[in-house]
Design a protein around this ligand. Structure first.
Ligand code: DLL
Length: 418
């Protein structure tokens, strides 16, 4: 994944980190003891395999601050993930953690060509979500002018973009769908008043077809940004303008991709679950954290000249995978196939229910406003065919009327379980 010398240096860094956890009787030190491994056993990258995995359940079991690896007085910030059930996952930062987060995020921004003179509109929700503040701090320090627009108030988003000369905007891909709808209604003269040059989208999985849709609507490149609160927030990875996969922040983490069944590392190019070990974090370190995000390492150097770790765009979380007629179905796969059909919009919903322990699904997507009602049957056939072409299975597919399905300001909820 990374060449040997830098791997060895990272292992030394990790060892120091584990020693600190060991001395503090951190819950992870207990997990190491249970696994019969001590910090001194970790001598080469191969020894990583000895270390137990950390899961979201481990972090939740120590809610709110049992996972802390520093004095509480050294904390300067909290964030949290919403958590659909039970306790949210609280993450905490020391001043050093914030420093390194900014550094990671700035590495990502440089790949994305952000620079002084840019105006960055942050159209994700401010609050406990790591996304907005993470982008904000790093951009501001680089001399980029930040508009902390937050999510929603869509008409105001465009007013700010136009009047303040936004060059780059960031939001979730789901919210970008809504922004596309508004932009579609603008005249040529209106569009000419904007200075947009780049869109950065992340915090959830999105398909290549949606990328094409956003790019063709706004006439700008749309790139993917990856991160998770448990690792720090955004800045874990970012595409460069070659759009050849996500460049990961190697300085801050050790990345592995494992087979989620056997838990063994997979070869570069093979699909598996991304596992992250933090090297810089003081307050909330994670060792071999199982992200549940499915990806693969891309071998070789990117066209941009960067030889660091690069992964394929995430097709989705293993938690969101539906098994239908024996086929693994991810919302992004559905999105990719239906978005390709002219007249079908990226506003879609997947209903999931169970019959005799087997998952069943049906997909509904909105037709574009210009599609006549008489064309609905034909469009349903085309949608079905597109899904069959991509997945090899027949999925019930229905067309909804424009505006019938929910729009999202943050992460989309495309799966509805009945
Ligand atoms: O979503 C951090 C973030 C904010 C990333 C803004 C990028 C931009 P969480 O709310 O903790 O953190 O959610 C993390 O979201 O494990 C993935 O499952 C998913 N995710 C994040 N980025 C992407 C992406 C932020 N680019 C979880 N592609 C992660 C696919 C993503 N999934």
């Amino acid at each position: 994944m990374v060449h040997h010398e830098s791997s060895m240096q990272k292992i030394l860094e990790l060892k120091g980190h584990l020693e600190r956890l060991w001395e503090r009787n951190h819950p992870y030190a207990d997990m190491m003891k249970d696994a019969g491994v001590k910090p001194s056993d970790i001598k080469t990258p191969k020894d990583m395999k000895l270390l137990p995995f950390t899961t979201k359940q481990h972090l939740q079991a120590h809610y709110p601050l049992g996972w802390l690896a520093c004095d509480k007085d050294d904390l300067v910030r909290f964030h949290a993930t919403s958590g659909t059930t039970g306790n949210p996952t609280v993450v905490a930062y020391t001043a050093n953690d914030i420093f390194w987060w900014r550094k990671g995020m700035q590495t990502a921004f440089k790949r994305a060509t952000l620079t002084k003179g840019d105006v960055l509109q942050i159209s994700t929700g401010y609050g406990l979500f790591t996304g907005s503040q993470g982008f904000h701090d790093a951009a501001e320090e680089m001399g980029v002018a930040v508009i902390p627009a937050s999510g929603g108030f869509t008409e105001r988003q465009f007013k700010l973009m136009r009047d303040l000369g936004t060059t780059v905007f960031t939001c979730t891909p789901s919210y970008a769908v809504k922004l596309c709808e508004i932009w579609d209604g603008f005249s040529k003269e209106e569009r000419a008043k904007y200075k947009l040059r780049l869109g950065i989208f992340g915090a959830e999985a999105w398909s290549e077809s949606l990328r094409e849709k956003i790019e063709s609507t706004f006439g700008i490149p749309a790139i993917d940004s990856y991160g998770l609160s448990e690792a720090m927030g955004p800045g874990v990875g970012m595409e460069c303008l070659e759009k050849n996969g996500i460049h990961l922040w190697d300085e801050g983490f050790i990345f592995e991709v494992i087979d989620p069944e056997t838990l063994e590392p997979v070869e570069p190019g093979e699909q598996g679950e991304l596992v992250i070990t933090s090297l810089k974090k003081e307050a909330f370190p994670v060792v071999r954290y199982r992200t549940r995000d499915l990806t693969s390492v891309i071998p070789g150097m990117c066209k941009c000249g960067d030889a660091g770790t690069r992964i394929t765009r995430l097709r989705g979380r293993s938690d969101d995978m539906i098994i239908f007629h024996g086929v693994n179905v991810f919302p992004t796969l559905i999105e990719r196939s239906i978005c390709k059909v002219p007249g079908i919009t990226p506003n879609y919903q997947i209903k999931v229910w169970e019959v005799d322990g087997f998952q069943q699904i049906s997909v509904t997507a909105e037709r574009a406003p210009e599609v006549a009602e008489t064309e609905i049957k034909d469009l349903e056939e085309k949608g079905k065919k597109a899904i069959h072409g991509a997945l090899g299975i027949h999925v019930p597919f229905h067309i909804a009327n424009p505006g019938d399905l929910p729009r999202f300001e943050g992460k989309g909820k495309h799966i509805v379980r009945e």
